[in-house]
Ligand binder design. Sequence first.
Ligand code: SAH
Ligand code: SF4
Length: 362
Amino acid sequence: MLIYDLDFPELTKLLKEWKEPAYRAKQVWQGLYQHFYDTSEQFTTLPKSLRDKIAEHFTFSPFSVKVVQDSSDGFTRKTLFELPDKNLIEAVLMRYGDPADNPQISPSTTGRGAKNRRTLCISSQAGCAMGCVFCATGQLGFKRHLSSGEIVAQVMYYARQLKAQDEVVTNIVLMGMGEPFHNYENTMAAIDRLNDADGFNFGARRFTISTVGMVPAIKRFADEKRQVNLAVSLHAVDDESRSAMMPVNRRYKIEEVLDACEYYVMQTSRRVTFEWALISGVNDTPEIARKLAAKLRGLMCHVNAIPLNPTAGFSGKATDRERAIIFRETLEQSGIPCTIRMRRGIDIAAGCGQLAGAETKK
Ligand code: SAH
Ligand code: SF4
């Protein structure tokens, strides 16, 4: 069994069954989430017999590293992991705000308070069932849900790597492979585990969940009043074009998605982010920007526009920089804040699912 699949009460219960003293659970927990140990021998505060027992019952990694790719600008690292059942998942580390960063790039990509950000983009599923046509993961189809421990393990993998360079993870986004709200329980369990103050202690506000727009889950998330940031992938202002790009829209129409977002803002007093992949000539015109602004007016929100990452299975092209800026300015003139995100690590196919897609085809 994967050790990261246990929450603290489960670990406590197990050690009690093993007739260990109560304080052992905390020692194991701290070894895992504060020291990032990945072998049982590293738990030197534990007696040898217990270390052996842990080694016998648990694994510390649910995957093997299949490919590591660094972008040519050196800011992005993508890792392709292979799970024991041969399914592939991806997780990406993005570095922002290094003094060595290209000053041409930094201001537009970092924004406020972004100094020395180490953002992890992790996966919640192998593949995805939602079938968005522009998305490499969607093109792969659904393989399976990840367990909470498999989600946690992606973070621990990079945390360990960063620690070796005296660095820490500062932000975690659920924007890798999969739809986190389709795997709601495991995703939230993973966030709770990483959030635990006696363990990894990663602040709720430094997580962002991105959803394709699953309305009941957005409402549930709102009711739970979590401090975790919410991003909703919109990409179109009218149902016809959204349904053509995102099959989920046939089930949950734009108005319903926006109503759920309004409910979220009401419940949490938190701003919602809308994701917008800018596709040349499709959803990047000033007219569409104005329509979008009209739709979002009055909602506490922000638009994250990112030029499309071209994928093998979709013919759309990325909007160029100039048009992207016009799109942003048009939105902002109508009172909707907008950021254009740089496509990071495009040379390593940072759009999640692309590396797994390429490997699957080999
Ligand atoms: N399933 C979730 C989270 C994973 S996708 C969701 O869809 O929101 C993370 C983000 O990347 C989403 O906003 C998604 O629409 C976007 N995306 C997917 N493929 C893309 C591509 N080829 N180019 C740009 N953005 C893309
Ligand atoms: Fe799934 Fe998100 Fe890709 Fe759509 S964009 S197919 S929901 S991962």
